[in-house]
Design a protein around this ligand. Sequence first.
Ligand code: BGC
Length: 774
Amino acid sequence: MSANTPNFPPDPWRLRETAPDPAAHFLNETLFALGNGYIGVRGTGEEGYSGPAGTSMDGTYLNGFYESEPIHYPETAYALAKTNQFMLNVPNAKGLRVYVGDERFDPLTGTVEDYERTLDLRTGMLERRLRWTSPGGRIIDYRSRRLVSFDNKHLLALQVQVTPVNFSGTVRIVASLDGAVKNLEAGDDPRVGSAVSGPALTLLAVEQDAHYAALVQKTHNSGFHLVSATRTHVDTAASATFLQQGLRLEQAYTVAAVQGQAIEATKYASYHSSRDYPEGELAERSRAVLAQAQADGFDALVARQAAYLADFWQQADVQIDGDDALQQGIRFNAYHLLQSVGRDGKTNIAAKGVTGEGYEGHYFWDTEIYIFPYFLYNKPEIARKLLDYRWAGLDSARRRARQMSHEQGALYPWRTIAGEECSAYFPAGTAQYHINADIAYSIKQYWDATGDIDWLRACGAEIVMETARIWTGIGSYDRKGRFVINEVTGPDEYTALVNNNYYTNAMARQHLEFAAAIAAKLAAEHPQDHARIAAAMALGDDEPAEWRRAAGAMYLPYDEELGIHEQDDSFLSKKRWDFENTPADKYPLLLNYHPMVIYRHQVCKQADVVLALLLLSDRFTLDDKRRDFDYYEAVTTHDSSLSSCIYSIVAAEVGYEDKAYDYFMETARMDLDDTHGNTRYGVHTAAMAGTWLGVAYGFGGMRVVDGAVRFAPTLPRQWRRYQFHIHLHGCLLRVAVDADGTTYTLLRGAALRFSHRDTVIDVSTAQPTHQEAA
Ligand code: BGC
C-alpha cells in the first residue's frame, strides 16, 4: 500500500470512506469515478475542490472524444506516427455550489462531522453525507447523490439536499457548466497526461435560461462539435437567475430556507458530439434528453440504474467466501470495467477507462488479451462491440501497413483512439506487431465461444486474413528453412527490437493457421463471402497455402540446455539485471534508467513467454510451463500492471499454490490499494480484467480450446468457496467450488457440454446441475 492509501472498510458491495481524507483526495477522485462506457466523471465533489495545486485533477471525459495534435520529434524518421489523439477533458457539468448566507459550503473550511462517502456497486450511486459547520457557525446537513446512466449513454444526474440545522435564512444554490477546463500536462512519466496545455475546445455558442445551460464547442484539429448541457431544478426556490462568466455558465437559485427543512436541487447533464450525430442535431438532442430525464425524475433514473446492475451482477458476479476485502476488490474491478467499456462499436476500452488521463485515453492490446475475454464470458454483446471497433479500424490499419512499406495487409496501431497509430516511441510502440495476432486471437476466441458465423463472414474473416498477411510480409525463411520474424518488440517492454520474440512468433503461427482455416471454411461453405473478401483484399490463390507453410516452419526459439523457451534470439545471452543491488526506489525501472540500459539486460517488465504459456496453453507440456515460469519469474519486475495476473494463472496451473495466491492478491486490489502508486491518473483496466482471468483461468483452471471448454478447479486454502459465471455457446453456466468439490449449474440455455479435468459433463434444462467431488 502507498502512504496515501485510503482505508476503506472491507465491505463486499460498497466502497465507503468514513472520514474526509485530504491526503488521498487525488486517488479517491479516481476510485469514486463514475462512468457508463461513454461519460466518465471523476469523484470530485460538486462543490469543487479548493485544496493545494497538484492534489486534484477534476475531470469529465467522453470515451472516444478526442483532439489530435501533431507529434513533434526533434529528430524525425520516415513513417513515425505523425499525429497524437488524446481524450479531452470536457466541460464540467456536475458543478453545484451551496452558499449559506454569504459563506460558501466547502468541506475544506469550517468543520465536517458525520461524514460518509459511498460508491454502491449494486445501485451505481455515489453518495456523500456530512454535517458541516461553517466558519461563521451555521450548520447544515449535506447529502449528495450522483449517477452516470447505464441506460442512456449521454446522461449524468445528481441531486443535492441541504438542511439548515441551526438557522433559517437565505441559502443560495449555484449550478454551473464550466468550459474553462484543460487536460493534465505530462511530466517525465510517459504514462501520465498529454503534451497539450491550455483549453482545447473553441466556444461556438452559448444557450441559457434560468434552468438550462448549453455550451456549443468545437475541437481545433479533429473537427468535432460538442454540446454539453445541463438542466437544474431547485424546489422552493424564490428566484432564479443566470449569468455567463467567460466559459462558465451559472444558474443561481435563492431560497428562503427554514431550519430543519431540506432544500433539494436536482441537476441533469448531457454530452452529445458529432462523432455520434450530425452537428445540426446536437443541440436539439441535448434538450430532448434533459427534458425527458426531468420528466422521468431522479428516482426513476435511480431505479433504472439499479435494475441494469442487478442484471449485470446476475450474469457476472464473482463470489469469494472468506475474504471481504478481496470480494470488495473483485466486485470493484468488475464494476469499473463495466463503467469503462465503450459499447457502441465506435469506441473501445482505454487503459485507464474513462477515469483519468493516464495514457491519454488510448486503446492498446490490453483490450484483446485481457479485457475482451472478461466481456466475452460475462457480457458477450459488449465483447462483440469491441470487435466491431476493430472492424471499423480496418481501413486505417491498411493505410498504416502501406506507410510501414507493406504492400499488402493491415497493421493495427499499437495505441490509438480513432484508429491511427499514436505511439510516439516506436521501440515500445509500433514495433509491437503482436497486436495483429492479439486481435486475431480475440476473434478466434469469439468464434470459439459463440459460433457467430454471421459476424465472421461480415467482418471477422477479413480482419484475420488481412492482418495475417503482415507476417508473411515481415517474416522470411532463414538458411535453415525456418520462418523467422525479425526486429519486433514482444509484450515485454523492457526488451525491444529483437529477432524472433517467442510470444510474437507463437501467436503469429496460430494467427496464420487460423487465417488459412477461415479461408478454407469460407471457400467451402460460403463461397460468395469468400469471393467478395478475396476481391476486396486482392487475395492471391496461393496465399492461404503460404500462410500454412510459414506457420509450419515458424521458428520458436528453445534453449535445450536450460530446457526453456527463449524470449528472443538474444535474451539469454544478455547480462542478467543486478536485482540484488537495485534499491526499491529504483522501480519501476522505466522511470529510473535510460531504455537502452534496460534493453541490454535480462530483465522483463511483464509476462512475455509466460503469457504465451497461457494463451497457447495446449501447445506446452506442464514441465515446459514450470521451467519457463521458474526462469522468467526470476527476471521479471512486474513493473507493468499487466503482469502479476498472468503469473498467478500459470503458477496455479503448475501447482505453485502460494505464488498463485500472492500474485492474484497483487492484482485484485491493485487500484483500491494503489499498489502501483499511480491510480490517481486512472484505474488499470487490464489488471482489473486480469482479476477475473485469475479466478476463472487460474483457480478455476478454465481453458477454451477450439470451442471446447474444460475446468480444473482448485480451492485456495484461504477461501471457503468461490463461484464465477461464463457465457458459452448461448448458455450461462455457474461454476461454484468449495471443499467438497465443484458444482456446475446451467442458468440459461438448453444444454452445454464441457470437461471437468478429464471427465466429460453434460448439463441441460432437464438436468441443470452437476457435482464433481473434490
Ligand atoms: C505495458 C503495456 C500496456 C500499456 C497500457 C504498459 O505499461 O507495458 O503492455 O499495453 O502499459 O496498459
